[in-house]
Design a binder for this molecule. Structure first.
Ligand SMILES: [Zn+2]
Ligand SMILES: [Zn+2]
Length: 213
């Protein structure tokens, strides 16, 4: 599987634009291409996609982690380009959308064979779980629910070995001791601390970062 960070507070690839927000493309074999969140600004989302050679028309699904503008701001502009989309949202998300189909996920749910949602946790946010041969890969928007709650919920599907995304306010660093890949990006405040505690697992984020697992 492959994860491409399209939108982030920082850039990994200088051809792209940095902006506060998060979005990544999730590509799993034999599964529709899925966009995780849409950043804050549709124009930046689409231009970063173009620079990464990602065709918006090749995307069939969008997973929205939570309602904050820096994750949903690009959605309506994306749907203007391609609305042939299955949209997965937490129930708290009450945006206006023109997607083909909208599914609201209030509890842990299998979206595909190897792809799950934690469902909306703590009434604010859902996280995406991809099951691989090496364990679970967890993608988080801002981690507004308690990290222990996110990890416990995801763990029902197996052992978590990678976490990627925004970890707002997270400092229960012990929770990550068994992770093999940690990519704290977007709104993560304690990136330096995570990097110095787990130098081998630490992976730099930023728009343009491609993580193949
Ligand atoms: Zn947020
Ligand atoms: Zn955010």
């Amino acid at each position: 599987m492959k994860i491409t960070i399209i939108y982030d507070n920082t850039v990994y690839n200088r051809a792209l634009k940095a902006d506060w927000g998060f979005s990544c493309l999730v590509e799993v074999e034999n599964t529709p291409k899925m966009l995780f969140d849409t950043g804050a600004n549709g124009a930046i989302l689409l231009s970063n996609m173009k620079n990464l050679n990602i065709d918006p028309l090749s995307i069939e699904e969008i997973f929205i982690s939570h309602s904050h503008y820096d994750h949903t701001g690009g959605l309506s502009e994306f749907l203007n380009v391609n609305n042939n989309i299955n949209l997965y949202v937490p129930p708290i998300f009450k945006g206006c959308y023109s997607a083909k189909e909208v599914t609201s996920l209030s509890r842990p749910t299998a979206i595909h064979n190897n792809i799950y949602s934690t469902g909306e946790l703590d009434n604010i946010e859902q996280s995406l779980i991809i099951s691989t041969d090496r364990g679970l890969v967890l993608i988080v928007g801002c981690s507004h629910p308690k990290m222990s709650h996110i990890l416990d919920t995801a763990s029902q599907y197996g052992q978590i070995y990678a976490i990627i995304g925004g970890m707002h306010g997270f400092k229960d660093f012990d929770l990550f001791k068994d992770m093999e890949l940690i990519c704290p990006t977007h709104c993560t405040e304690f990136i330096k601390e995570i990097k110095s505690l787990y130098p081998d697992a630490y992976t730099e984020g930023g728009a343009g970062r491609i993580i193949e697992l």
